[in-house]
Structures are given as C-alpha cells and as structure tokens.
Design a protein. Sequence first.
Length: 198
Amino acid sequence: MKKFLSMSVYAGLMIGVGGLTYLRVGGVIGAVLFSFGSLSVVMTGAQLYTGKAGFLPYKESWRLLPMLAGNAVGCFLLAVVSCYVANEAVQNNLATVLSARIAASWHGVLVTAVVTGMLMTLSVYGARKKHYLPLLFAVPVFILCGLPHCVADAYYYSMAILQGKAEWAMLGAWCWAIVGNYIGCNLPRWFMGKDFEA
C-alpha cells in the first residue's frame, strides 16, 4: 500500500511538471512538451487515475479514490514548487484555463471529460503494446481542444488556491471531470469487449 500511495503522488508530480511546462511555454509546443509527464508516468508504472481507470477490474475500482487523492497531493506539491518559477506567461495561461473551466456548464465539463478519458486509455493501451506515438499525440489533443483532465486540473486548481484565486465552482468542475474521465476511460473496453486486452 505504501508503494501504491507513493507512486500515486509521483504520478501527480509528473503531471504537475507537464502542467507547469504548458503554462510557461503555451501553445502547441507547450502541449506537446506536457507529454513528458504522461510518458514518465507510463514508463515508471506510476499510479495515474486516468491511466488506470480503464484497465482496473471493476471490483477494484475503489483503488481509484486513494490513487486520485495521491495524484492531487502530487499536483499540489508541484504547484508549490511552481510558485517559485511562475512568470507572466504562467499567470496568463493559468487564467485562460481556469476561466474556461469555471465558465463551462456541469454537463459541458462532463461530456468533454469523457473524450479526454477515452484518449488517455487509448494512449496507454498503445504504450502497453510498445506504441508510444498515441501517448505523444493524445495529450496535446486534449490540451489544445480544451478538454478537462481531472489530474491536470488538480494542478491548475492547486495553483489557483496558492495564489488566492480559488472559487467554489472549481470543486464542482473537478468532480464532473473525475466522473467524465472515468466514463471515457472505460469506453474502449466497453466498445471492444473481449478484444480489449487489459
């Protein structure tokens, strides 16, 4: 259990690194560089909510809750570090991400988060077969399309909390992203049925 929790925190740290990179660089290049965080998670077998939700046996789905908690802790820790390197680009890009999440309706967050979850499971599915290009492309796709990723959002919301910019609407958006990501993560195995190799 100790390793499970530590690897959950580690996954959050790596996604936070990706989030910080995106905030500092922005645009297509920043979105592509974000992939380093996800690639690190997959290569080390870290416990990332959106990397495991579509593969865990349903009876073990309860493991996703402590995993997500660990991811959030890792994101918060990286957000603390980020405060030391935050610049104008970080502030502007963070404001853009946060305003999009807050302005979205609950069903808008839910539905778009489903797409993110599907992309994540398909990219991890490819990586398990030693095909890493899907992972390299899936991350920029969901970022550039403005689709919610609950762990990446945990990093952005942590930044908002540390900067005194938190709003209660973020909590609701985060919860709907968690649900939407879970549904999307499971779509590949629901559609593929017995052909899906967990």
